[in-house]
Design a protein around this ligand. Structure first.
Ligand SMILES: NC(=O)c1ccc[n+]([C@@H]2O[C@H](COP(=O)([O-])OP(=O)(O)OC[C@H]3O[C@@H](n4cnc5c(N)ncnc54)[C@H](OP(=O)(O)O)[C@@H]3O)[C@@H](O)[C@H]2O)c1
Length: 266
């Protein structure tokens, strides 16, 4: 991430809500010109209006990150309107439970397409220009869920684990190119994604706080940033816990997952 952000260009996916919305606003307040990407045009337009009302510069670019050609078109639009992209945050994502039988296969496929391939398409679209300019910073928003497969969360956890490992490889491959990469793994953040959760979410964070911590971690040049610290420790330790203990801690996950899927289908 650039030390001096004034006039630099940032592209944030998943900017129409939650963490991405806050990232876009905070980056604009730091002087970045922000390309705001998500599927829904209306909230993106609201975001751009808020940013411009406070003297910032932003462009709303409706696109589906699961469609490679739309991601590339979004970059073309941002470059044309704002200039070469210096900083990319692949933040767009969905959180859907994974049912046991029948498996909700369409949700599983969407989870991998958006959470994993959406991030890959986004970061890859930025790379040629960054490599040519020998500068730039690529960021993927993953999750602490990447570190432990959880019952009824198989696809979400697996998609984020894949993001982490992809980013590890990419980061090393970028050594010496001038382009940097950071993986961010947040715990629970209060956003529309977590709003339907009925279980206790330890150390639940406000999105503005989470976005601030994420930007600070990128500015500090962290390779991987896991937060909040206590939940990260618990998640890491949970990898050595017997399955029965993890299942007990997850409560009635089977019923909750079925209910969540049924609620979405109403
Ligand atoms: N909230 C948490 O507790 C938490 C914890 C760890 C990690 N995360 C990760 O943080 C990221 C942001 O999550 P959030 O909590 O802010 O969720 P959110 O409020 O539901 O926001 C998700 C964003 O992703 C966008 N999005 C979803 N599918 C998309 C697609 N196909 N193409 C383009 N944009 C798409 C949504 O916009 P549209 O619907 O307009 O497309 C929205 O802007 C996700 O990657 C999530 O996995 C969240």
């Amino acid at each position: 991430m650039a030390q001096s952000s004034a006039g630099k260009v940032a592209l944030v996916t998943g900017a129409s809500s939650g963490i991405g919305w806050e990232l876009a606003k905070q980056l604009a307040a730091k002087g970045y010109k922000v390309g705001a990407v998500a599927r829904r045009a209306e909230p993106l337009a609201d975001l751009v209006a808020q940013i411009t009302a406070t003297g910032g510069q932003a462009l709303a670019v409706p696109a589906d990150v699961g469609a490679r050609e739309q991601v590339e078109a979004a970059f073309t639009q941002v470059r044309a309107a704002l200039g070469p992209v210096d900083f990319v945050i692949a933040n767009a994502g969905i959180g859907r439970p994974t049912l046991r039988d029948p498996v909700n296969m369409a949700d599983v496929e969407s989870t991998f397409r958006i959470n994993l391939m959406g991030a890959v398409y986004t970061l890859s679209a930025a790379l040629p220009e960054m490599l040519a300019r020998k500068s730039g910073h690529l960021v993927a928003v993953s999750s602490l869920a990447a570190y432990r497969g959880l019952p009824a969360e198989s696809a979400y956890c697996a998609s984020k684990a894949a993001v982490n490992v992809y980013m590890d490889g990419l980061r090393m491959h970028l050594r010496g190119t001038g382009v940097r990469a950071t993986t961010i793994c947040p715990g629970f953040v209060k956003t529309p994604m977590t709003a339907p959760n009925t279980f206790h979410m330890p150390q639940l964070m406000e999105p503005a706080y989470a976005a601030r911590k994420m930007i600070a971690a990128v500015e500090a040049g962290k390779k991987v940033y896991n937060f909040p610290g206590r939940l990260h420790l618990i998640v890491k330790l949970s990898r050595w816990l017997p399955d029965a203990v993890v299942c007990w801690a997850m409560g009635d996950y089977d019923t909750e997952a079925k209910q969540a899927v049924a609620n979405r289908q109403k």
